[in-house]
Design a protein around this ligand. Structure first.
Ligand code: AGP
Length: 654
């Protein structure tokens, strides 16, 4: 067992040293059919080797566990186990699990199969977990299980083992409760030889367990998305999936559908860019097009122009969302549309709220997932609740989904991850199709989320005659969006230079109003999360109610003032800031001569292409994403791995 604090590279170095210490060489083989590893998100106890996984039952390592999630009743279990004589090395919630395995095992009147033991253990756990467990008392076996935290099983057939497949020890016989045939392939690396990947006729099976698809896609595209209470048993060259029920405590073997990942390995590579964040920012012209593909008639023409004689052109829908068609009448009858998300996904909902209200005339409520849960916000069966999440695995959003489902409301997912928990557990939904997003800072998912939610608003208003003209303007805007994004990306050099001027600042304010309040919030989130510069998004309508006190000639302020219905008001804001000698950077449209005259060369302008105001925030955020990217590099930080953050936040507070 090798543990290190810091980056995976540090672990690699340490492992190399350990290999030398044990006098091992690449030509020797280690007798082990299964290995487990983990990168830890610190929830209990600081990041250090002692708190890192795997955790063990004792110095003898009878049970070894890695865990993603949070065990909420760990204190009670810890106290109980201490009274039973156990001692704890770490400050983690996880350590109770191997100790509990050992405790229950030692009290068994006779041996039971490994998955049955694990089932007894997890029945004692409250909270969320995805667990991988190995044991010296069940050699050659591995058990994995989940509840509330994501876990997928990948399988790769046709892998040849170097020697015949003979298990180290026979797999423990199953009791009737667990009996069943294997769902997996015939062979497994029980002898610990390194597998040789080729097309040889031997149908060896290599199995992978991971919390998300991008971790396994380079090995296999055949995966099973495990469900809550699933227990996977790998033994004797095969695997079996069981599911245990809370109600009668019984476990039964289940068959889960093997799915083929649509993700490509190229999506998880940097493809010529230096960083994932950079790649994902520059991909956005393509990714917004992907979001629209097959859903919007990509002709930048109003319906009259492509009318078929004899057919009312307005009866030809220009937007179609297959995942929602059956539910449109229910959504239209809703009392409220509630949008739930966290971080960037919440901002995408915030940005599209006005379009949704404008086109549907249904009140739209925005909820930060954790806050909705904290307040136990009332939700009714005639509400429709949208869950916006790039990963589809964010724990707070998932808990909010459980909560909303219990109220009987229609629950709709807007996610980027096919097969994710939110995609599976909502009643219906749409995928934003932005492709795998690897950078911790969400960029392309944000712009695609805005495009996707805008399409939902368009579909919901399809039968409203009074909205036809407005709908067509927005659809034409969608058709122009990729080109406008491309135009905004050309500002990269200007933004890099601007970042040089700003890199040593302590703080950056971003002002926006209307839909661009979301732009301000999202830009500030990007800047703080990767460059560690304090940044705050401010609704310009609130300026006089406090933030104006901060204004002086030193604090840099980005003002988003593109030509939408807020333009006059934003001009007023700029005038007031200029009157106080503020240090401004203004985001405006390319042909906004009024702005050029007003500013008179005093301040730098970031001039972006103009598109329909419902979509202008998609274009406006691009230079601000670039700003956060360049600031981070210039300040010397790792743009793809900001400290203390994870890509998918699959843990929630206790
Ligand atoms: C944004 O850059 C973030 N890293 C973060 O705010 C993220 O958007 C949030 O955690 C929600 O994630 P999700 O979209 O995967 O649910």
């Amino acid at each position: 067992m090798i543990k290190a604090k810091g980056k995976v590279d540090d672990l690699v170095k340490l492992t190399t040293e350990e290999v030398k210490n044990f006098n091992l060489s690449g030509h020797q083989t280690v007798k082990s059919a299964a290995g487990i590893a983990h990168t830890r998100w610190a929830t209990h106890g600081p990041p250090c080797a002692r708190n890192s996984h795997p955790h063990v039952s004792s110095a003898d390592h009878e049970f070894v566990v890695v865990h993603n999630g949070t065990i909420t009743n760990f204190r009670a279990l810890r106290e109980f186990l201490k009274k039973e004589g156990e001692t704890f090395e770490s400050e983690t919630d996880t350590e109770v699990i191997p100790k509990l395995c050992k405790f229950l095992y030692s009290r068994l009147p006779e041996p039971i199969p490994f998955p049955q033991l694990v089932c007894e253990v997890v029945k004692q756990l409250e909270g969320a977990y995805a667990l991988l467990i190995k044991s010296s008392v069940y050699p050659g076996e591995l058990v994995a299980c989940r509840r509330g935290s994501p876990l997928i099983l990948g399988m790769k057939y046709g892998v040849q083992a170097a020697t015949p497949q003979t298990p180290n020890t026979p797999s423990t016989p199953l009791t009737p409760r667990f009996q069943g045939t294997c769902v997996g392939g015939p062979q497994y690396y029980e002898n610990g030889q390194m597998p040789i990947t080729n097309n040889n006729s031997q149908q060896g099976l290599e199995l992978f367990l991971a919390s998300e698809a991008s971790a396994v896609v380079e090995h296999t595209k055949q995966v099973i998305y495990l469900e809550d209470n699933d227990i996977v048993h790998m033994h004797g060259g095969q695997y079996t999936v069981y599911n245990w029920s809370d109600v009668d405590s019984a476990s039964v073997e289940v068959r889960r559908t093997i799915q083929t990942l649509t993700m490509e390995v190229s999506q998880i590579m940097k493809g010529g860019y230096n960083h994932y964040m950079e790649k994902e920012i520059f991909e956005q012209a393509e990714t917004v097009s992907q979001t629209l593909q097959g859903r919007v008639k990509v002709t930048p023409l109003s319906p009259m122009k492509y009318a078929v004689p004899g057919i009312d052109p307005y009866l030809m829908p220009r937007v179609r969302l297959g995942g929602l068609v059956d539910h449109i009448p229910t959504i239209r009858r809703s009392r409220r549309l509630i949008f739930v998300g966290c971080g960037t996904s919440y901002h995408a909902a915030m940005c599209t709220r006005q379009t949704m209200e404008e086109l549907t005339d249904i009140p739209v409520v925005l909820e930060i997932a954790s806050d909705l849960l904290d307040r136990r916000c009332p939700i009714f069966r005639d509400d429709t609740v949208f869950f916006v999440s790039q990963s589809g695995e964010t724990a707070d959003t998932l808990r909010a989904l459980d909560y909303a489902k219990a109220s009987g409301a229609l629950c709709i997912g807007v996610t980027n991850t096919v097969g994710s928990a939110i995609a599976r557990q909502t009643h219906c939904g749409i995928h934003i199709n932005a492709g795998a997003e690897i950078g911790v800072a969400s960029t392309k998912a944000y712009t695609s989320q805005i495009a996707a939610i805008t399409m939902i608003a368009l579909v919901l208003s399809e039968d409203t005659i009074s909205k036809r003209v407005r709908r067509d303007e927005i659809i034409d805007g969608l058709c122009q969006l990729a080109d406008c994004v491309r135009g905004a990306l050309k500002l990269n050099d200007q933004i890099r230079e601007m970042s040089e001027e700003l890199k040593d600042e302590q703080s950056l304010l971003v002002f926006g109003r209307g839909r661009n309040y979301a732009t301000a919030m999202e830009a500030a989130l990007k800047v703080k999360e990767v460059s560690y510069m304090h940044s705050e998004g401010i609704n310009a309508g609130e300026m006089k109610h406090g933030p104006l006190a901060l204004v002086d000639d030193k604090l840099p302020i980005v003002v988003v003032a593109t030509q939408d219905t807020m333009h006059n008001k934003m001009q007023g804001v700029i005038q007031q800031l200029m009157a106080r000698s503020a240090r401004l950077i203004i985001v405006c449209n390319e042909e906004d001569e009024e702005m050029v005259d007003m500013v008179g060369g005093r301040y730098p302008l970031i001039q972006v292409p103009r598109v329909d105001e419902a979509l202008q925030p998609v274009v406006n955020i691009i230079p601000l994403q670039l700003l956060s990217y360049h600031l981070t590099l210039l300040r010397g930080y790792n743009v793809d791995q900001p400290r203390n953050l994870a890509k998918s936040v699959t843990v929630t507070e206790e």
